[in-house]
Design a protein around this ligand. Structure first.
Ligand SMILES: [Zn+2]
Length: 127
């Protein structure tokens, strides 16, 4: 056989897989336990990593849905704002004809138009 252990080594219960198979089996079992604990830890790490990434992607999906909803709302308000702008522009041009008599009315419409135009520009910049 391949045992190269001396008598003293065999006597104290050490030795190799040939002269002391039980000792060898014990060492292997300990190693297997260590390895299997490491593998359990790895599995648990990967499991929580997968849960975390899937939770994050769920959050991203619901945030994207919220962004889409807000964009739809913005687009509807934008259309309403453009209609309001046409209306205010009509009123401003009617008021412009009365400018010598009622200058404040025209100024008020003009001011409103400027604010609407600023909002329209801001919405268009964010699109
Ligand atoms: Zn041996």
């Amino acid at each position: 056989m391949s045992c190269k252990c001396d008598l003293r080594t065999r006597a104290v219960g050490d030795g190799c897989r040939y002269c002391n198979p039980q000792h060898y089996i014990d060492i292997l079992e300990d190693q297997t336990k260590d390895d299997s604990a490491e593998i359990e830890e790895l599995i648990s790490d990967i499991d929580s990593y997968i849960k975390m990434t899937s939770q994050m992607s769920n959050e991203i999906v619901s945030q994207q849905a919220e962004i889409d909803r807000l964009k739809g709302q913005r687009d509807r308000l934008y259309e309403e704002l453009k209609e309001a702008r046409d209306e205010v522009a009509n009123q401003a041009s009617a008021a412009h004809e009365l400018l010598p008599y009622k200058p404040h009315r025209y100024e008020a419409y003009k001011d409103q138009l400027d604010r609407i135009d600023a909002l329209i520009a801001e919405i268009e910049a964010g699109k």
